[in-house]
Design a protein around this ligand. Structure first.
Ligand SMILES: Cc1ncc(COP(=O)(O)O)c(C=O)c1O
Length: 167
């Protein structure tokens, strides 16, 4: 045996039921939505890969943290705790918490974006592109060609096409 099975070092205490659908039903849901996954109802989706945000189980410490959190309108000790932790991880002095990624992008591109600006990525996340374009800037995706072919094997399909980048 050249591999070792490692069990997950935690117990999951909460389960949320999901609606089981058949392949035929899911094909029909997709057709009805004109193959636009944003038009699907969540109960029509068996396994949701659209985002990783808020889809994992919270740890006992995270749940406890909600009860211990300092909700003071100003000078909250929870803010200082968060600031210290993020500063230790990143070395960044100016830290601005936002409640979601898309909200952070809205603030970031209202400052960095604007007409005549161009942003280049392997593949922009949908809300990233939306916030860039809303600011008047352009978003360009230059993932390697293998990344656009779902049937082709490649060790890392997220690579940026560096020739296209130079061009
Ligand atoms: C670049 C980027 N922007 C936005 C999001 C969405 O985050 P949220 O659901 O917190 O807005 C994600 C993650 O799914 C992301 O990777």
């Amino acid at each position: 045996m050249n591999y070792k099975t490692i069990i997950e070092p935690f117990k999951i205490k909460v389960v949320e039921p999901i609606k089981i659908t058949t392949v035929e039903e899911r094909k029909a849901f997709l057709k009805k939505a004109n193959y636009n996954t944003f038009l699907l109802n969540s109960e029509e989706v068996l396994i949701d890969f659209l985002t990783d945000s808020g889809t994992s189980a919270m740890s006992a410490d995270q749940w406890a943290g909600i009860m211990q959190g300092d909700e003071s309108y100003a000078g909250s000790s929870s803010y200082h705790k968060m600031h210290k932790t993020v500063f230790n991880l990143t070395g960044m002095e100016y830290i601005y918490p936002v409640h979601q990624g898309r909200a952070g992008e809205r603030i970031l591109y209202s400052l960095l974006g604007g007409k005549g600006k161009t942003f280049i990525s392997n593949t922009h996340f949908d809300t990233t592109r939306a916030n860039i374009e809303f600011s008047g800037a352009e978003a360009i995706d230059i993932v390697i060609p293998e990344g656009l072919n779902p049937m082709q094997y490649h060790p890392f399909k997220g690579n940026m096409d560096t020739e296209k980048l130079e061009n």
